[in-house]
Design a protein around this ligand. Structure first.
Ligand code: GRG
Ligand code: 1GP
Ligand code: MG
Length: 235
């Protein structure tokens, strides 16, 4: 059976720590044509906040995944599963295996619902870089080596280049795409319009759009969906 994310070209990431724009509702996100929704953020993410977003999305028919930065204690029907970040370039091992180990030790996990993502955090000014003490001082060879490590040594199926808050370098993303054999490349960071979505969809398999939902709203997200579909990388 194909993995859930195999056909995702565009994903919208909802941050529980940020309000929606104007009169937008969570259910409106589906109207943009996005392929899936991820609920997750770095700061002030609690199970209660995530649950109220899941409740608001209960009638939505696209896949919904939670990217936990807290320890989930219950699994709701509406949820397709968890995408669990492993931050390869974190200085603090808590974000590589520590928090994961604790969650596994304290829970009875349904493994068919838990999918790791090999993160490489690349914007030193982002909340996630500060939180995980990520070493973002990496050249393209360093990034590519992390990606090989992720796929060939750790057997990861998802590699996530995380430039949260800023648009990354398409040449780095393209170099990573060339390195991968079968893992899927997620790109996130700074996508805010048709052009930026087109550009990154051209070099990544899946583009993730986050802050623009909260800052500019549903119509701006819709524009990024169009850019991502038109720019879709066919390799
Ligand atoms: C607790 C368990 C079970 C596992 C730990 C999971 C890990 C490693 C979490 C640490 C890495 C992390 C915080 C990942 C989340 C990535 C993410 C949602 C980044 C974007 O965060 P934003 O909150 O959008 O950042 P800004 O506030 O800068 O926009
Ligand atoms: O918020 P932006 O910059 O769109 O980044 C999206 C996502 O990669 C954040 O985890
Ligand atoms: Mg964000």
């Amino acid at each position: 059976m194909a993995v859930a994310w195999a056909q995702w070209n565009h994903v919208t990431k909802v941050d529980p720590d940020k309000a929606l724009h104007d009169e937008d509702s969570y259910a409106d996100i589906v109207d943009t044509g996005t392929d899936a929704i991820i609920v997750g953020g770095t700061t002030n993410v609690t199970e209660a906040r995530v649950q109220s977003i899941l409740d608001a999305l209960s009638a939505v028919e696209i896949p919904i995944f939670v990217e936990p930065t807290y320890r989930p204690s219950s699994h709701t029907e509406a949820l397709s599963g968890y995408l669990l970040p492993i931050v390869l370039n974190a200085d603090d091992t808590l974000w590589i295996t520590g928090a994961h180990h604790e969650w596994i030790r304290l829970s009875d996990l349904e493994w068919e619902s838990v999918h790791p993502e090999a993160y490489i955090v690349l914007n030193p000014a982002s909340a996630v870089a500060t939180y995980t003490q990520a070493d973002c001082d990496l050249d393209v060879d360093d990034v590519v080596a992390y990606v090989e490590l992720a796929e060939q040594i750790l057997g990861q199926q998802i590699v996530y280049l995380e430039y949260s808050g800023t648009l990354g370098d398409p040449d780095v993303v393209a170099a990573v795409q060339d390195t991968l054999s079968s893992a899927q490349l997620f790109y996130g960071g700074g996508i805010h319009d048709y052009e930026s979505a087109y550009r990154m969809a051209n070099v990544a398999d899946t583009v993730i759009v986050g802050d623009v939902l909260h800052e500019a709203g549903i119509e701006a997200v819709e524009e990024t969906v169009r850019g991502a579909k038109d720019g879709q990388n066919e390799s």
